[in-house]
Design a protein around this ligand. Structure first.
Ligand code: IPE
Ligand code: IPE
Ligand code: MG
Length: 238
């Protein structure tokens, strides 16, 4: 149940596409004198709760940042732990099945382990006819990598320079099938994009909070949406 009362709920406008940077797992674990891996386990639980909640309230698109192109810099044990969590999540073939959530992935999936790639295909295929929330999971995703890949593809296709428009670029990004995010949420007290959706977020609204991702609840999401509703989006106009 939404924390909004009926009257307020009727007046509230949902963003079309919320993008979340799921950050703060390590610090959450550290605060509890637990290993960083425990933070990632807790963060994965929060992810499932928030994705289900977004579906329930009728959000159309949610994109979550699960692993960046820069995250390979972390100790191998931590990277392996995150990949194992991803594996566990994907293995649950019943994932979101009853919930009508369509799952897709963005990022360069090529370097991922073969079994993970196969599980990704299975999840995408298995949920492709769902009509509820479209959930994009960003794995080995980097905005600069995405744009570089798009430029290479445009060149390969031999599109003449004078024919290239902003739409041409957008149509070659991983996100070509979804609208740009209109709302970007970053918990954990950091005020940066960390290479997330840098092209797509050109006119997004941002919402930052000190809350660490494992502590993030639907209540925080509702507060963020309430704040989104107070924003005056001008897009360069008056
Ligand atoms: C986000 O939490 C998860 C990933 C980047 C995979 P962090 O692991 O970055 O948590 P902090 O920022 O160290 O607290
Ligand atoms: C961004 O968080 C990436 C993900 C949440 C997957 P990071 O923790 O990697 O970002 P920085 O290093 O603080 O910029
Ligand atoms: Mg972090």
């Amino acid at each position: 149940m939404s924390i909004f009362k009926k009257k307020e709920q009727a007046e509230r406008v949902l963003p079309e596409h919320i993008a979340i940077i799921m950050d703060g797992n390590g610090r959450w674990a550290k605060n509890r004198k637990m290993p960083r891996s425990a933070g990632h386990v807790a963060g994965a639980k929060t992810f499932k709760t928030i994705a289900r909640y977004c579906n329930k309230i009728g959000l159309k698109y949610l994109t979550v940042y699960a692993f960046s192109t820069e995250n390979w810099k972390r100790p191998k044990a931590e990277v392996d732990g995150i990949m194992n969590l991803l594996r566990d999540y994907l293995k649950d073939a019943e994932n979101f099945k009853d919930e009508n959530i369509r799952v897709r992935f963005i990022g360069n999936l090529e370097p991922l382990a073969d079994d993970i790639k196969a599980l990704i295909d299975k999840n995408v295929e298995g949920s492709k006819n769902a009509t509820g929330l479209t959930l994009y999971i960003a794995i080995n995703y980097g905005g600069r990598d995405e744009i570089t890949t798009a430029v290479k593809e445009i060149v390969r296709e031999g599109i003449p320079a004078e024919d290239i428009t902003e739409d041409t670029v957008s149509a070659h990004l991983y996100t070509k099938d979804c609208p740009d995010p209109d709302f970007i949420i970053r918990p954990s007290g950091e005020y940066r994009l960390s290479n997330y959706l840098i092209w797509q977020s050109a006119y997004a609204e941002y919402w930052f909070s000190d809350i660490l991702w494992p502590d993030f609840t639907p209540k925080h999401l509702e507060k963020a949406i309430e704040d989104f509703n107070k924003r005056n989006r001008r897009f360069g106009g008056i």
